[in-house]
Design a binder for this molecule. Structure first.
Ligand SMILES: Cc1cn([C@H]2C[C@H](O)[C@@H](COP(=O)(O)OP(=O)(O)O[C@H]3O[C@H](C)C(=O)[C@H](O)[C@H]3O)O2)c(=O)[nH]c1=O
Length: 190
């Protein structure tokens, strides 16, 4: 059995270890045909029970988010490309409330960021990329009433993205600052 030679390591590059957030390592087993990697298994005990899996392609310089969901947990794994995953904790009862975490992921070092409801999250892609995403509540259920967001570059988030003028969706370009999101939503009352 061979394992993939890792040239770039997917890891947290800034911020704190946020409560209940996991960077899950995977084992890519290689042979002469290619490789095989388990990307999720119930027995990992990761604390998320996915009800929907999605595969997402992104162009270079795209930033998706920041979004917040108050009911569902989420799983993110980069399969191909190079990206950043930014998180900001807005759970008032969390010991890491209002702290952030920033991860740099490479498709050549498969890892998953798994995080609970109540964390603002977004992903930036340096190169054309493909990622897997899983949620514990399906989009057809949460889209209309649990899908808020805030500006990705609000200084109050503290996230050191190190990028400028990413490509956003029209909706994300209109997102309010964090302070407005916290006031206009019920996040502070959770
Ligand atoms: C999320 C989703 C979207 N869609 C459709 C709806 C739109 O026509 C299109 C793009 O959706 P959206 O602009 O919401 O996608 P993102 O901005 O990439 O949102 C995603 O990334 C951020 C960071 C998140 O937190 C969202 O939960 C996550 O799914 O795909 C679906 O058909 N199913 C889905 O589950």
């Amino acid at each position: 059995m061979q394992t993939q030679q890792i040239t770039h390591t997917s890891k947290q590059i800034a911020g704190l270890a946020l409560k209940d957030v996991e960077l899950k390592e995977m084992t890519e087993t290689c042979d002469q045909r290619g490789s095989f990697t388990e990307t999720f298994a119930d027995h990992w005990g990761s604390g998320i029970a996915p009800t929907q899996w999605s595969m997402v392609r992104s162009e270079a310089h795209v930033l998706r988010g920041l979004h917040i969901h108050q009911r569902h947990d989420e799983y993110f794994s980069l399969i191909q490309g190079h990206c950043l995953v930014g998180l900001h904790d807005v759970r008032p009862t969390s010991p890491t409330y209002l702290q952030y975490a920033l991860y740099e992921l490479f498709g050549t070092d498969l890892k998953a960021v798994i995080f609970p409801a109540g964390l603002l999250h977004g992903w930036y892609f340096y190169t054309p990329s493909i990622h897997l995403q899983a949620v514990s509540e399906s989009y057809n259920n949460y889209a209309n009433d649990d899908n808020l967001g805030c500006r990705w570059d609000d200084p109050a988030l503290d996230i050191p993205w190190g990028i400028s003028n990413p490509i956003l969706s029209e909706r994300a370009a209109r997102f309010p600052p964090l302070s407005e999101l916290l006031v206009t939503s019920a996040i502070l009352e959770v």
